[in-house]
Design a protein around this ligand. Sequence first.
Ligand code: NDP
Ligand code: BG6
Length: 514
Amino acid sequence: NSSPIEKLKDGLLSIPSQEVVAELGGGEHESTVSITVVGASGDLAKKKIFPALFALYYEGCLPQHFTIYGYARSKMTDGELRHMVSKTLTCRIDKRANCSEKMEEFLKRCFYHTGQYDSQEHFVALDKKLKEHEGGRLSNRLFYLSIPPNIFVDAVKCASSSASSLSGWTRVIVEKPFGRDSKTSAALTNSLKHYLEEDQIFRIDHYLGKELVENLSVLRFSNLIFEPLWSRQYIQNVQFIFSEDFGTEGRGGYFDHYGIIRDIMQNHLLQILALFAMETPVSLDAEDIRNEKVKVLRSMRPIQLEDVVIGQYKGTAKGGVTYPGYTDDTTVPKDSLTPTFAAAALFIDNSRWDGVPFLMKAGKALHTRSAEIRVQFRHVPGNLYNRNSGGTNLDQTTNELVIRVQPDEGIYLKINNKVPGLGMRLDQSHLNLLYSTRYSKEIPDAYERLLLDAIEGERRLFIRSDELDAAWALFTPLLKEVEEKKMIPELYPYGSRGPVGAHYLAAKHNVQWG
Ligand code: NDP
Ligand code: BG6
């Protein structure tokens, strides 16, 4: 039972954990943070990570002493990396005052190191460079693994043994996919734990960093009018809908190995479902919230194949434009059965949610880009306004609460009201909170929040290993069945609303998609 610091000395821990940092007396005073983006030449780094880091810098959220290193195999100089980063600054900051000035300052803090992901020697060289920038201060190091999953473990091994901080913390952000099923995910977790403590691993699900997903708990737990209604007694069904109006363009190779169930449902939508359905946590601490989320995941009923519909988009021509089908992508096998669309009915077998269908729908190449949570309430008992009264049919519909995660972030509640006038006719209207009209400040990108949280050691929005296990335990049997039975996806035209099968599935559960 040696203490963490003894374990560190004994070489049992390759990276000091939070506990060790505390024992070493590491504080924020005169400390420095070095952020290494592993896979800096890639799509995610350019599109999301560097812009988010710049936004944090612009907002004054990064510590006084920080350095950013890009690491990848591609040969690049510091100047070339800076050029690349400046070209991809497509985030919300680029039109703001002093942007170019701040950008110059930011770029001066960005450097590049060429190296292989499995080379101790190259990480030793990185360590040397990091130390030069850290200038003897207490060093904290964050590694962002923005690389394909097959090289996660190599990179973690090298970073932990050759480039971890010995005076401060070392944390590693891991991008999805975290495996393809329970077995591969457990293997990845075990391999990572060989080199890192659980509290050093930050498994990112960027949907948890989205403003409206963050607001879900606030909406529910700080408004008396919602929490008492949040159960099978008043809620008829809940829908989690993700749709994109573009296909897998450019990512077909990755996507074909995973499919939409693994890409969106098992992580993004399931995480939102867990937050939606959890019991009140003891506190807002990361562990208290994650404890409640994992209970929801463990209470879920195995998903039945007859409660799932899968689809794949096919090419179509519209208005003189030809849209390619999924298998037209040269990186996708012509006979691929990989679903680009899926809808499923899930159930939580606990006393709060017994019998309530939680419907999920996710698809690429659909008619619109959006992500929403829809809560459809039951009919008002007694049906007073549905009766024919004096020959007038006062048709009344049920309430619906819609949380629009993107685009046009907003929350609206559909209510019944009387149409003004001498007659008695009902209408449905929206009580509407549209963020763009209510708040003038732009909404930060999810990656900004998550990067800042990782720097600050806030784990609330990252996935704990037992949550991940529970998520895979739910989806692995279904995926196995779909793949073993070679289920043929229903084809739907690019830009359509998806397969009609999704409507039959909803109807089977007495639900209409919102
Ligand atoms: P890329 O395919 O662009 O890979 C990132 C970098 O890794 C490349 O620039 C390349 O750098 C290196 N690399 C690529 N393939 C290999 C290989 N086979 N062996 C060794 N190195 C390789 O990935 P993305 O940037 O798109 O994504 C990074 C991670 O984030 C992945 O895990 C992905 O699944 C995940 N992700 C990506 C999203 C996105 O929108 N792009 C969204 C959500 C998650 P070099 O050759 O210079 O070494
Ligand atoms: C990623 C998926 O996790 O999320 C992509 O791998 C998808 O396929 C993306 O396009 C959607 O993210 P956002 O934030 O653009 O809705």
